[in-house]
Ligand binder design. Sequence first.
Ligand SMILES: [Zn+2]
Length: 138
Amino acid sequence: MRQLMKRLAIFMQGRYGTDTLNNFLCVLFFVLWIVNIFVFNTTASLVIDLFQLALLALILFRSLSRNITKRSAENRKFLPIYNSVKSWFKLTWNKFRDRKDFRYLKCPICKAQLRVKNKKGMHTVRCPRCGSEFDKKI
Ligand SMILES: [Zn+2]
């Protein structure tokens, strides 16, 4: 086993390995696998199979690639998209979790998300990021 790990380490030397984009592609691969269980149309199922095969080839190509600069550049392009989608899901989840006790407001100046206590009436809200104040009726 140790010998095998050593050989793998030598094989992976100078190769790109994995990153956030590859992890995302792997998750997509498994999601498609599960989706395909419920697809009964033969043509649609075949299209998903082919797409999965292409995904697998892409994942392997990126992991084993020796062009590290280009692979990192791809990952850097992917990260802002991934992070904005991830933070949207996080905010939506937080809004749902705090729906009884808090309200989420957007600062009109810097667009920061603010969480305020869910108390009825007029409130003066002060944004902690930019320091501006605005009135909000809840
Ligand atoms: Zn602000």
